[in-house]
Design a protein around this ligand. Structure first.
Ligand SMILES: *[C@@H]1O[C@H](CO)[C@@H](O)[C@H](O)[C@H]1NC(C)=O
Ligand SMILES: *[C@@H]1O[C@H](CO)[C@@H](O)[C@H](O)[C@H]1NC(C)=O
Length: 330
């Protein structure tokens, strides 16, 4: 039987091995802990319907515009149909005093970000008709973009869903999810591809890269990595969309990205740091060990019509992964 002294020596050795056994992402190392995906609550249809039925008097008789114009910063996904969304990424609902797609878009823009799912990216507006009488106009908000495939709730009891339309918030970033990178179908990475460019400082080696790896991605296959992919230097790299963003001059935007800094253990990731830059100016970022992909918003920024977005940081083994980058008009 091992003596206590030998046991402690072995335990110390194992701790040493664990701490020094970080295999860099570029060598197909595995994250310190599994990278969990978003838990997404679904629409509370019953709550909305019960609230709609309890509304006594119709405030809904106002004239309905047959084909409302898309609200600023949104595009129509489906509708009008007789089905409300029952979809994941639900952020709650508000009754509007009339059928007003612009008011619903404003509510979505100003909705506080969900701590797991981030900002509102989609809304479903519909009119409830109870016993033949228009009663309420629901504006239901989501942090995931839905479509007609989940617009399946046609009503319940005396309530009928009418004039249901879905609108998605436009993302100014082309391929913010890095899903356009598919140089392989299992595991590979590169310093750039059609939609994103990774650059390293002079003498640096692959300090900003794009990975195809379902294990590292928030969802799908693609993600960005800041910090040397092979762990062979401690330089910070820069990831930037290939083309400047086609914003509207003078309009206001918010940048959202999901970061995770748990490829290494918490001690090794303590120094993790990434800046979000808008035309070269720091407007947000992330620091320290982050266990799961977490949405991070910038301060609001002004568009010039031709804006440069970039992410700068990483210092292996304090790597940070980035996914689902969005720039949304406010
Ligand atoms: C991820 O890659 C696999 C293998 O190429 C592919 O079948 C799948 O459709 C991809 N997923 C997404 C979301 O693109
Ligand atoms: C947009 O910005 C890029 C770099 O910042 C510049 O090279 C290009 O000329 C600009 N294009 C226009 C139309 O202003």
């Amino acid at each position: 039987m091992a003596s206590p002294a030998r046991f402690f020596a072995l335990a110390a050795f194992l701790v040493y091995v664990a701490a020094s056994a970080i295999v860099p992402p570029g060598r197909q190392g595995l994250p310190f802990q599994p990278i969990a995906n978003t838990h997404a609550p679904t629409t509370e249809i019953n709550t909305i319907a019960q609230a709609a039925i309890q509304v006594k008097k119709s405030s809904a008789a106002a004239a309905i515009v047959a084909s409302p114009r898309d609200p600023e910063g949104y595009h129509l996904v489906f509708g009008p149909t007789g089905g409300a969304n029952n979809a994941p990424g639900y952020m709650g609902f508000t009754f509007l005093d009339k059928y007003d797609v612009n008011a619903c878009a404003q509510l979505c823009n100003n909705r506080g970000a969900d701590p797991v799912g981030g900002v509102c990216q989609y809304f479903n507006i519909w009119r409830a008709v109870v016993n033949g009488v228009p009663t309420t106009h629901t504006c239901a908000m989501y942090f995931l973009v839905a479509d007609e495939s989940t617009a399946v709730n046609t009503g319940q009891g005396d309530l009928v869903v009418t004039l249901s339309r879905g609108y998605a918030r436009k993302n100014l970033v082309i391929d913010g999810g890095f899903e356009g990178f598919n140089a392989c179908d299992d595991f590979c990475f590169a310093a750039s591809y059609a939609n994103w460019i990774g650059t390293s400082p002079a003498g640096g080696d692959l300090d900003a890269t794009i990975f195809f790896s379902p294990t590292l991605a928030k969802d799908g296959n693609g993600s960005g990595l800041l910090g040397a992919a092979f762990g062979d230097d401690t330089d910070a790299g820069t990831l930037t969309p290939t083309k400047p963003l086609a914003t509207k001059a003078g309009a206001t935007y918010v940048i959202q990205s999901f970061f995770v800094s748990s490829f290494s253990d918490p001690d090794s990731e303590a120094a993790a740091h990434v800046d979000i830059l808008w035309n070269g100016v720091v407007v947000g970022g992330t620091s320290g060990f982050t266990a799961a992909y977490t949405p991070t918003q910038s301060v609001s920024v002004k568009g010039t019509g031709n804006d440069t977005l970039s992410f700068h940081g990483g210092a292996a083994p304090a790597w940070t992964l980035i996914d689902d980058v969005g720039v949304f008009q406010l």
